[in-house]
Design a protein around this ligand. Structure first.
Ligand code: ADP
Length: 423
């Protein structure tokens, strides 16, 4: 009998490597056909390529998150009672040590990175994996350690026994509806993170879901009475509280991420004094409200990861000083009218790229269209005065002028370096 790996992206390849090392029988398949895979596994993948005649040997299918639910091989497996599991389920069954799993529509990467930092800085052995970098399977260790796993709804659709010691649901907003068909189905998939928890486990859940049933784990709602923050004091309910001189990440959404992460690590025994100490050295993630530097008194902030209006909104809400906003990029039916500038109106908006003209049409106030990204950044800098901010938070994907949001953010930072600064 054999495992069949369906989908050979990052997680599928990690499972192939793992099965190969264990020496069991396995097959693999990907609609894209043979690819230039890494040298260490290419021969094995080609040798174990699946053919329909092999179905009778398959006793389990390990599916990658990118494979659609309606894929004919998934349908065949279901009709023939072949169990289907996701890669996190596969890894969970091999893992020694507790799992902290984080899901949500926004803030997952920030929160898992922070949890990992707090655990490591607190002297605990922890690895970071899942959506954010290496697959869970690729990070499996022989010794016991804490697995901090960023989990997508796609991975949760095919779990069986996956049971995090600590499970976090940060938020749910309309996303991936092409795959899940409805917000309810998307939310249901996210809630599966709790389904196998027992009273020894902990569920930390955004308070808007209060009342909704979810597994057997103890529950902390965030925020709640005694769980929240006032200025720089964070309260963690029965775990205590801590004060910070300054909060390392901008915006209330990040305070929420800090709260979630602090509760998770406090539940594993990290003292609040240690959390406060470790938070001070947390740098945040690249391209998410990342402070690039200050030139002639103007601070540049790179939020290139904000590829939809919802994430640009949290950046707008995080602004304290007057700011010039750069937005625009490629079009996915972006509606700029979703942005609310009532509380933090920008001094000026510079709209660039394919969606620039639409922004000009849809947005109120002072909006200037500059087609080219680099020129738009220069224009924004010229419009900002001493003590003000140039904020790149585009609300759009980057594909009109870049390969991805990372390249756009790097270009922004490079343009900052090219400014001639004496201060
Ligand atoms: P994810 O991994 O879920 O995509 P990231 O941490 O990479 O999350 O952040 C993605 C975008 O969402 C960024 O633009 C960030 O500013 C914004 N964001 C981060 N945390 C939150 C939150 N708690 N609520 C809403 N938006 C958030």
């Amino acid at each position: 009998m054999a495992d069949l790996i369906l989908g050979l992206g990052r997680s599928g390849i990690a499972v192939a490597r793992h099965l190969n090392q264990r020496g069991g029988r396995w097959f693999c398949y990907d609609d894209k056909g043979l690819q230039p895979w890494p040298d260490d596994i290419r021969n094995e993948l080609e040798k174990n390529w699946f053919d329909v005649a092999m179905w009778s040997d398959v006793d389990r299918l390990v599916v990658s998150p990118g494979v659609p639910m309606e894929h004919p091989m998934l349908l065949h497996a279901r009709e023939n009672h072949v169990p289907v599991i996701s890669e996190i389920e596969y890894a969970f069954n091999q893992a020694e040590g507790p799992v902290i799993a984080v899901t949500g529509s926004n803030g997952k990467s920030t929160t898992v990175t922070l949890i990992h930092h707090l655990l490591r800085d607190g002297g605990l052995n922890a690895v970071l994996c899942g959506n954010i970098g290496d697959a869970f399977t690729a990070q499996l260790r022989n010794e016991s350690c804490i697995y901090v796993v960023e989990v997508s709804s796609f991975q949760l659709e095919h779990i069986v026994e996956f049971r995090p010691k600590v499970a976090l649901l940060l938020n749910v907003s309309a996303d991936h509806l092409d795959r899940h068909h409805s917000l309810k189905a998307y939310e249901d998939a996210k809630f599966r993170i709790f389904e196998n928890q027992s009273p020894d486990d902990l569920a930390i859940i955004d308070t808007t879901f209060r009342g909704r049933s979810h597994g057997q784990g103890q529950t902390i709602w965030v925020p709640d009475l005694g769980v929240g923050w006032h200025d720089n004091r964070f309260e963690l309910g029965s775990f205590g509280s801590f004060e910070m001189n300054s909060v390392p990440l901008l915006g209330d959404h990040n305070r929420l991420n800090i709260l979630f992460a602090s509760l998770a690590v406090a539940s594993l025994g990290v003292p609040t004094s240690q959390i406060a100490h470790s938070l001070a050295s947390f740098k945040g993630l690249e391209h998410r409200l990342e402070t690039v530097g200050t030139c002639h008194g103007v601070t540049w902030i790179n939020d290139s990861k904000a590829t939809n209006p919802a994430s640009t909104q949290v950046a707008i809400d995080a602004m304290v000083n007057p700011y010039v906003l750069i937005l625009g990029g490629s079009d996915k039916d972006t509606d700029f009218r979703l942005l609310n500038f009532d509380v933090h109106p920008p001094k000026h908006i510079v709209a660039y790229g394919d969606t620039g003209p639409k922004a000009l049409e849809q947005l109120p106030g002072k909006v200037r269209f500059v087609a080219d990204f680099s020129e738009a950044c220069a224009a924004a800098h010229a419009l900002a005065s001493h003590g003000e901010v140039v904020l790149l938070s585009p609300a759009c994907a980057s594909f009109d002028q870049f390969n991805n949001y990372t390249e756009r953010g790097k270009r922004f930072k490079q343009l900052f370096q090219l400014l001639e600064c004496s201060s």
